[in-house]
Ligand binder design. Structure first.
Ligand code: CTP
Ligand code: CA
Length: 226
């Protein structure tokens, strides 16, 4: 089956990858974020580059060294990420939303550091834009869209629903509570969901998972242009 792919099977393709967490400011010294390490997205960028693609990597704050020779854009908030995605999505052949976008942002960002006061304090949050859903609504026929999801329960049902709702060609999901999978890990057990069905990959390094995902997306792109 591997004979289908040349070493540079993504040559001439433009691939956009988002990676890492977003940070949603509360005041000048505080923010809301999550445990995303960015490893999956950075592995995708490295392997897409190796396969010959022209890669754009939009990344939240992570402590990884980005691959050499890819276009790099750094963001903090979901709103900044949306803006950067909207600037470059039209040129892209494949878009992979591996970023762990914060679902909510603080309604107000205080100009000054918020002082400690009462025993209880409330923070008002507002939903962030759903970037993958936006891309699903705006994608052109030739574009391939891939989402990611981490679930702690009902993985298949939840992930398949996201895949359909956000008009993804594929959604790569993993179970956060399975050993060897998840945020900080170098390995992943991914379930790949498409409108046709699903397949669970064995435990693999994030590089190997990235290669699998990219090859499958390539195969989907070959089918849809025929
Ligand atoms: N995503 C996005 N913008 C958001 C939230 C999520 O683009 N505001 C993208 C993620 O990058 C990921 C996919 O949507 O590719 C699924 O993210 P996930 O957090 O699993 O799904 P949600 O739709 O946010 O649902 P929930 O967190 O309630 O499970
Ligand atoms: Ca979410």
């Amino acid at each position: 089956e591997d004979a289908l792919y040349s070493d540079h099977y993504l040559k001439g393709k433009k691939v956009l990858i988002t990676a890492g967490p977003t940070e949603e400011a509360i005041d000048p010294v505080r923010f809301i974020t999550n445990h995303s390490s960015g490893k999956m997205g950075y592995a995708l960028a490295k392997m897409a580059k190796r396969a010959g693609a022209e890669v754009t990597l939009i990344s939240g704050p992570v402590s990884l060294t980005p691959p050499f020779d890819v276009h790099k854009i750094f963001i903090h908030s979901a709103k900044e990420l949306l803006k950067e995605v909207q600037t470059c999505y039209q040129d892209q052949d494949m878009i992979l939303m591996a970023a762990a976008v914060a679902d909510y942002a603080s309604v107000k960002i205080a100009d000054q550091k918020i002082k400690k006061r009462d025993q209880k304090m409330q923070l008002e949050l507002i939903k962030n834009p759903d970037i993958l859903a936006w891309l699903g609504e705006h994608k052109e026929n030739h574009q391939i869209l891939c989402g990611f999801a981490m679930e702690t329960e009902h993985l298949l049902e939840n992930a398949a629903a996201k895949c359909e709702k956000k008009h993804c060609d594929m959604l790569a999901a993993n179970h956060l509570l399975t050993p060897g999978a998840g945020f900080q890990s170098d390995t992943n057990i991914m379930t790949l969901i498409t409108p046709e069905g699903y397949e669970e990959l064995p435990l693999m390094s994030k590089d190997a998972v990235a290669e699998e995902i990219l090859k499958r997306l390539y195969r989907i792109s070959q089918k849809s242009t025929r």
